[in-house]
Design a protein around this ligand. Structure first.
Ligand SMILES: N[C@@H](CCC(=O)N[C@@H](CS)C(=O)NCC(=O)O)C(=O)O
Length: 209
């Protein structure tokens, strides 16, 4: 086994990092990437990450030549072009735009869920803004409703970029919003997730309890 040629700035609780890890598992590339653990938040940034990604966010992926890729969408696209199996991002045609749009919807759920996390965990209680929190939660709810109504068959047909994104988003809801009971409101999504969450790539990348 050769030594890793790339370095991923990593945290086990980041759902965006998890997407990258799931793709590495699914495409057999785990041994190509060394993990550099970092702890960060918007109010306690990581100097190591800032030096690689001015946005101060993870994931960031340093390549063998020293160049750095971010954000998760770019990293997934890059890594999907580095293996010989079937691509997890369709190369062209309507499938490409549809699967990327579903993946983007999953990212939007994550953006909202992370903003909620920062608002409730980082921001001092007297400065919290309930209407803003509700608006973020509504984004998640609308996305879940659309996935339930329109995308179950598409998610079930292929574990690709769209499925990775949605699975990581649902996993993050379970991790940070365990009281949300989304399974009751979206039973088809719940059935799909129950099945895919048994994949080795998702089992191996679960956030810590
Ligand atoms: N759009 C980015 C979002 C990444 C992101 O929000 N990462 C969080 C950790 S889950 C982060 O680094 N937060 C630190 C900050 O916002 O300063 C991506 O897809 O990679």
């Amino acid at each position: 086994m050769s030594s890793p040629s790339m370095t991923l700035f990593h945290s086990p609780t980041s759902p965006f990092v998890r997407k990258v890890m799931v793709l590495l598992h699914e495409t057999g590339q785990l041994d190509r990437v060394a993990l550099q653990e970092v702890q960060l938040s918007p109010t306690s940034p990581s100097a190591a990450v800032n030096a690689q990604n001015p946005a101060g966010k993870i994931p960031a992926l340093r390549l063998a030549d020293g160049s750095v890729l971010h954000d998760s969408r770019v990293i997934l696209d890059y890594l999907d072009q580095q293996h010989v199996g079937d691509p997890l991002i369709p190369l062209q045609g309507p499938a490409r735009w549809r699967r990327l749009t579903l993946a983007s919807l999953a990212d939007a759920m994550l953006d909202a869920a992370i903003l909620i996390r920062y608002e409730t965990f980082l921001r001092p209680e007297e400065k919290r803004w309930d209407d803003w929190l509700t608006a973020q939660q509504e984004k998640i709810e609308r996305a879940l409703a659309q996935l339930e109504a329109e995308a179950i068959a598409e998610l079930a047909c292929h574990f690709d970029i769209a499925a990775i994104g949605v699975a990581c988003a649902l996993g993050y809801l379970d991790f940070r919003q365990p009281e949300s009971n989304w399974r009751q409101r979206y039973p088809q999504l719940a059935d799909w997730y129950a099945e895919v969450s048994q994949r080795p790539s998702l089992l191996a990348t679960q956030p810590p309890v």
